[in-house]
Design a protein around this ligand. Structure first.
Ligand code: S3P
Length: 168
């Protein structure tokens, strides 16, 4: 089986769905942010503050290059990982790319109490989320092999939809 890459905006449920699908399908789950935090020995906030966003983006690319050689993995990608075309190409060459799509209001409800996303700290409102999402949407859509709308669906429903529609 090919690898699966879950992409989408912060708070779209990539990590939750990756964990559930990994269990359901017997795949190994890779959570990009968690891997990066572990490798760098500091939080995402601290990486952005100390080294800047472009450094973080390069670490993402390095990780995706490493993962492209693996099999039977499901990767929960950072929300900005697909913005570099190079990254999307690395994913495409190694597996299928599924976009989890949620409305800005849904995203806001899920991320509003978190301070762990540097791009949203100080910008925690629906309008900002909508603006950043609109700006990114063309990249997300260009990279995705399939789009899964997640608003109002349970984890189980989303996993079943992905399994039945996109993995058979
Ligand atoms: C980012 C999303 C975050 C994390 C970093 C940057 C983004 O991951 O990689 O804060 O640019 O959208 P999640 O999508 O897992 O929150």
């Amino acid at each position: 089986m090919k690898n699966i890459y879950l992409i989408g905006f912060m708070g779209s449920g990539k990590t939750t769905i990756a964990t559930a699908l990994a269990e359901k399908l017997g795949l190994t789950e890779i959570e990009m942010d968690a891997w990066i935090v572990n490798k760098e020995g500091m939080s995402i906030n601290d990486i952005f503050a100390k080294f800047g966003e472009s450094y973080f983006r390069q670490v993402e690319t390095d990780l995706l290059r490493e993962l492209a050689g693996k099999e039977d993995i499901i990767v929960s990608c950072g929300g900005g990982a697909v913005l570099r075309e190079e990254n999307a190409a690395l994913m495409r060459q190694a597996g299928r790319i599924l976009l989890l799509k949620a409305k800005p209001e849904t995203i806001y409800e899920r991320v509003k109490d978190s301070t762990e996303r540097p791009l949203l700290n100080g910008n925690m409102n629906v309008d900002y989320i909508r603006g950043l999402m609109d700006a990114r949407q063309p990249r997300y859509l260009a990279a995705a092999d399939a789009v899964v709308v997640v608003d109002g669906k349970s984890v189980e429903e989303i996993c079943t939809e992905i399994h039945e529609k996109y993995m058979k």
